[in-house]
Write a protein that binds this ligand. Structure first.
Ligand SMILES: [Zn+2]
Length: 309
């Protein structure tokens, strides 16, 4: 018996959080054209502004008016738009505030969900995702990289915006796991972590970071496993990472896998709608120390073997 029952007699739940790194409008239109035709309604990450510091990633932002219109059309069609920090560049507090205001101006409200980009203004990112002792393990593993320079939650730092995050955004992504059934490895979600109080609640994801890992995670066998378990998958991906081939067409296997999944009787809704369904009436589950250690340990073990984000 599945642990959770889904609306409309659906067998399982499936959604995507799409990270906008390296994604240009042309490719986005192709990918979302397919998802929309097949009946998927998912969450697409956006950057509201270009930012004033040096870019750290390619990809369109909402300052491109034609791309913005495309995003507005997706929202009107039932997709959701997640926040991917202010810009593809590190931002200071004033810019983050401006980016959230822009988001609201374009879409009529603040974002429901967010996922961090590797900016200095990222929230509880890098080693701050963990409590000791795993924090120290992570610091050793990522020595010399950008992974420990994130300050969105550090009161007094120029990139601090924790108070705005708490006031304006409901849910934030943290751990990503290999398993297709995200709910089976993180049954606590959405959860509140008292050690990270500027984020109202957290959710986990399944690893689909680029086309190759997405293909593995959404294999036919895994799709069947998800449908049979009656679970929920939130796959975290970058549709800008090789889902469109050099000749400007979609990977045929991507089309085939999504078409197959669409026929399995799942509930296909944006991340926020899934979390709304899972959240108890009294609010998100409060994570215990034991549960936190379990999630951290599981994530780090997979990180060592596969490099899950
Ligand atoms: Zn990113």
């Amino acid at each position: 018996m599945p642990l959770t029952s889904w609306p409309l007699g659906k067998r399982f739940a499936f959604t995507v959080f799409d990270d906008p790194d390296a994604q240009m409008e042309k490719d986005s239109r192709l990918v979302y054209g397919l998802l929309s035709d097949l009946g998927f309604r998912t969450t697409k990450g956006v950057w509201p502004i270009e930012g004033s510091s040096e870019r750290n990633s390619p990809g369109d932002t909402l300052e491109n008016t034609s791309y913005r219109k495309h995003c507005q059309e997706l929202l009107a069609a039932g997709f959701d738009l997640g926040f991917h920090n202010a810009a593809p560049a590190s931002a200071v507090r004033e810019e983050v505030g401006q980016a959230l205001d822009r988001y609201k101006e374009y879409f009529g409200r603040y974002p429901h969900t967010m996922a961090n980009h590797y900016n200095e203004d990222a929230m509880y990112w890098g080693s701050s995702r963990f409590d000791p002792p795993w924090r120290w393990v992570y610091q050793v593993l990522t020595r010399g990289t950008m992974h420990n320079k994130h300050f969105g939650h550090v009161d007094g730092h120029p990139s601090f915006w924790g108070d705005m995050c708490r006031e304006r955004i409901r849910s934030c992504r943290n751990f990503v796991f290999q398993e297709i059934d995200t709910l089976s490895v993180c049954p606590q979600m959405p959860y509140w972590d008292p050690h990270r109080p500027y984020v109202n609640e957290w959710f986990a994801s399944a690893d689909g970071a680029n086309w190759e890992t997405f293909e593995q995670t959404l294999s036919e066998a895994n799709q069947d496993r998800l449908a049979e378990s009656g679970g929920a998958c939130i796959i975290y991906t970058h549709f800008g990472h090789r889902f469109v081939r050099d000749d400007g067409t979609l990977q045929p296997r991507f089309v085939a896998l999504m078409r197959r999944l669409a026929g399995l009787g799942g509930w296909f809704i944006p991340v926020n709608e899934l979390l709304d369904h899972l959240r108890p009436a009294q609010g998100p589950h409060e994570l215990t120390s034991r549960e936190r250690r379990g999630l951290e340990r599981h994530w780090l073990a997979q990180k060592l073997f596969r490099g899950t984000s």
